[in-house]
Design a protein around this ligand. Structure first.
Ligand SMILES: [Zn+2]
Length: 391
């Protein structure tokens, strides 16, 4: 048992492959229970798309050990200490905003989507003033409203309502929804395939050769790969989830079928850089992964975070407390002299030998209907993106 700077005991994150905190949370609400609740005359709170995604993640255990939206004490501990009040590592507040015009004077409040559909129920334990400025500063490292994650925090209601939740985890529509597995489902899939070690790969972008290379490097040493794109609310300009899923499917053709599972993670993207890299790792731990790929500027946006800041934060954490092995990768590229994919760790040649394109350059090519070099992007992936950019 470790202690923190003020002498409090910190709870270890349990063993390898175990959920964070040791138990996989299951706060799913059965259809019949939902029908009874809906008929009970309870007040309703309409949640945002990001809050709805968090609600689903809470109910499925993706955010284990959290069982609901955070209270003031949890919010403060997570912001200031990066831990829950009991000492367990947790990097980012998960809060539910309470708009000024909504009263929660009963013990329970129904949570509904924008269209009025019932999503779940919250046991009201506390309403508190959320210090959004402190949250932005401590968690995101900036209060700049141009940062999309900070904008969401600063734009949230002044009050937050806290308490455990239960939510309907209905199957989602379409090819993306069909892959929105719960942690229980991925854990069962890993077990059925006999994977003792599994590496998770988080992405919100299409996968080009560079990321394919990182995944393959990791797959050389572990049993399986969970390709786990985030499909919740992202920022404008990110490629739509349906297009990305089609592109991931195309990339799967370059992996042995029995070594990869493609799943979709329904969660909001916060762009919180280092803190979010920790969250991404813990969520994949809950999904049953033992290893997690962390690239350059993981979960970053703009130039708010240093290139290796996320990797450094993960490396600074006690491995036992983290409970999932971060695999830290540099940028990959095709080197003409090596005649292979490589990184600065494995290739000695000058930059001019690299087939490299910036994100802006790639988007410009795809928008113009041009295929990037095959060393940069698989043509079948590029063609899907060209169709999307041109439509
Ligand atoms: Zn080289």
């Amino acid at each position: 048992m470790m202690t923190n700077a003020i002498g409090e005991k910190m709870v270890a994150g349990a063993g390898r492959g175990s959920p964070h905190g040791g138990r996989l949370v299951d706060q799913r609400l059965a259809g019949e229970e939902a029908a009874v609740l809906a008929a009970g005359g309870l007040p309703s709170l309409v949640v945002t798309a990001a809050e709805a995604a968090d609600l689903r993640a809470l109910a499925t255990g993706a955010y284990s050990p959290l069982t609901g939206f955070m209270d003031a004490k949890q919010h403060q501990a997570v912001c200031e200490w990066m831990r829950l009040p009991e000492g367990l590592l947790w990097p980012i507040p998960v809060c539910l905003g309470l708009p000024e015009d909504v009263r929660v004077d009963s013990e329970q409040v129904l949570l509904r989507d924008q269209a009025g559909g019932l999503l779940g129920v919250l046991q009201v334990q506390e309403v508190f003033a959320r210090d959004r400025q402190a949250e932005a500063e401590l968690v995101y490292g900036t209060t700049d409203p141009a940062h999309p994650g900070v904008a969401r925090v600063l734009g949230a209601p002044r009050l937050a309502v806290a308490g455990p939740v239960q939510a309907l985890v209905a199957p989602l529509a379409g090819p993306v929804g069909a892959r929105a597995f719960t942690p229980t489902q991925t854990r069962a899939a890993f077990q059925a395939r006999g994977w003792a070690t599994v590496v998770g790969f988080q992405t919100r972008n299409p996968v080009h050769r560079a990321h394919e290379y990182l995944m393959k490097c990791a797959l050389e040493t572990v049993d399986g790969l969970l390709l786990h794109p985030l499909v919740g609310p992202t920022k404008d300009g990110d490629v739509p989830a349906e297009v990305r899923m089609a592109a991931y499917q195309a990339v799967l053709g370059y992996f042995p079928a029995g070594r990869v599972l493609l799943g979709a993670l329904v969660a909001p993207m916060r762009y919180a850089g280092p803190r979010e890299a920790v969250l991404h790792a813990l969520v994949r731990k809950n999904y049953g992964c033992t290893h997690f790929i962390v690239g350059r500027d993981h979960a970053g946006v703009g130039s708010y975070y240093g290139t290796f800041q996320a990797q450094e934060l993960l490396a600074s954490l006690d491995p036992e407390e983290l409970g999932i092995v971060p695999l830290r990768f540099d940028n990959a590229f095709f080197c003409r002299r090596c005649g292979a994919m490589a990184t600065a760790k494995t290739c000695p040649h000058p930059e001019q030998e690299q087939v490299a394109l910036s994100g802006t350059q790639v988007r410009a090519m795809l928008t113009a209907g041009q295929l990037p070099p095959v060393e940069f992007s698989r043509p079948e992936v590029a063609r899907l993106l060209i169709d999307a950019y041109q439509s």
